[in-house]
Design a protein around this ligand. Structure first.
Ligand code: EPZ
Length: 433
């Protein structure tokens, strides 16, 4: 199991380039299931969840080629025939976003068998709203042995109001609606940029979608979709993570290839705390030479403060003068990083959905454990300013959503290295008789 060793104290200086958004790439890969023609996606991040999705689609019979070398951020997905419209527990348990294949499979093949995702470190993560929406589109859904079985000759357009705002729920139903008969109106939709990026691809494939990125999305169903080529938007959470890293280390960093218009809530909060930034059309320059003052955050659906930046903000809050109240409104158990930060010297008290962070506290290196993707990022940020050498175990969590993060950080002056086996050694071949 790989570990990171990070020696704190160096300011991040220079330019770091942001990769494509994992949370846009995943639904866009699932969208390829909706057509028997090739779909080409560019700016795909080289992260574990993309590999998992490739394996998932390949197991169904899709031909998914992940580019290498210069074309390494490009994938061609050709779902010509889908012999097995299924998503197994073995794959779904490693990545709950696998449920994004449910809507496309029912729409394309008329049936799907997808494992229920089960919970994860940050919460129960139910998919009841995905199921309810598909039933409203006419799918017959049963559940047994931990699997969802869905069937429909042809989905029929409907008016669907989400009880709660759900990102992948919106994406799943949006994809299903593109091939449904008649018009579908989705209300109380997620407004994340990744939803709009998916709709952009689907419209290139011949779908008729209006309103993506707003609470109400209208879809006029078509009988089939065609192949398309699409470039994935930049990863706003990776960009936000590097922006906070630059601020905490007192650096001067240009975060390039991002879209500042996706970072509104984060940037305005960071300005309140005292972080200086300057944005251009596709980059954010961070000058971290200011002392920080405490500020409160409450995570909300987009365009509010993103839950995926809560752990990273908590690391910053430990370095701010005063008391910051962090309220996590989206997931029920997303403070796993807090106790690890406390072991590094932070002063954090958890009270239900609130974390009370009292700063500024000097952080000292420790052996810590990553528990989920964004918690791991928070520990990396703390280690970059901690006194001494921090060892972070189970960094496979961070590999799920950050492309070569240690190389990117080393490239701008951080002292970070990966130890352990990237890939477990093959068992020694049995001695020949
Ligand atoms: C997406 O997860 C993201 N993942 C998450 O990013 C992100 O944290 C989350 O949206 C919130 O922004 C991907 O896009 C692949 P939700 P998703 O459905 O869609 C409840 C990361 O770190 N809910 O918007 O699974 C749910 O329990 C990951 O990159 C239901 O009750 O999140 C939660 O409380 C972590 N029933 C709330 O809604 C449902 O059917 C929002 O969840 C669906 C969701």
């Amino acid at each position: 199991m790989d570990k990171f060793v990070i020696r704190g104290g160096d300011p991040l200086l220079g330019t770091v380039r942001v990769s494509g958004a994992k949370n846009a790439a995943l639904p866009c890969m699932a969208a390829a299931l909706l057509t028997d023609e090739p779909v080409i996606l560019e700016n795909i991040p080289q992260v574990r969840d993309i590999q998992t999705t490739r394996n998932l689609l390949a197991a169904m019979g899709a031909d998914v080629e992940l580019g290498y070398g210069r074309a390494q951020h490009r994938t061609t997905l050709h779902c010509k025939t889908l012999a097995a419209p299924e998503a197994s527990y073995e794959l779904v348990k490693t990545m709950r976003a696998s449920t994004l294949v449910l809507g496309p499979l029912v729409a394309r093949c008329g049936r799907a068998r997808v494992s229920l995702p089960g919970g994860c470190a940050i919460g129960a993560r139910p998919i009841d709203l995905h199921i309810k929406g598909l039933e409203q589109l006419g799918a017959k859904i049963t559940q047994d042995h931990g699997y969802i079985e869905a069937a429909a000759d042809r989905l029929k357009g409907a008016e669907i109001v989400f009880d709660k705002i759900t990102v992948t729920g919106t994406e799943d139903l949006l994809m299903a609606a593109t091939l449904a008969e008649g018009e579908t109106i989705l209300q109380n939709c997620a407004r994340e940029p990744e939803v709009a990026d998916l709709a952009d691809l689907l419209n290139k494939m011949g779908a008729h979608i209006h309103g993506a990125g707003t609470p109400t999305i209208r879809v006029k169903g078509v009988s089939q979709l065609k192949g398309a080529k699409h470039r994935i938007i930049p990863d706003r959470i990776e960009a936000g993570t590097f922006i906070i890293a630059a601020a905490m280390t007192g650096g001067d960093l240009n975060v390039a290839g991002c879209d500042p218009s996706h970072l509104g809530a984060l940037l305005s909060k960071l300005h309140e705390v005292g972080v200086k930034t300057k944005s251009s059309a596709d980059s954010v320059r961070v000058m971290g030479d200011n002392p920080f003052t405490a500020s409160d955050i409450t995570t909300e659906e987009y365009p509010g403060f993103p839950t995926d930046m809560q752990a990273q903000f908590m690391a910053l809050a430990t370095q701010a003068e005063g008391t910051s109240i962090i309220t996590e409104n989206i997931f029920e158990n997303r403070f796993m990083h807090a106790q690890e930060l406390v072991r590094m010297g932070a002063n954090i008290k958890i009270e239900g959905r609130r974390a009370v962070v009292r700063g500024k506290t000097p952080l000292s290196a420790a052996a810590v454990l990553a528990s989920d993707l964004r918690a791991s990022a928070s520990l990396v940020l703390a280690a970059l300013v901690a006194d001494g050498e921090t060892i972070i175990d189970r960094v496979y969590h961070i590999d799920r959503g950050y492309e070569h993060i240690e190389e990117k950080l080393r490239g701008v002056g951080a002292q970070i290295r990966r130890i352990g086996e990237m890939f477990p050694k093959k068992a020694a071949a049995p001695a020949r008789a």
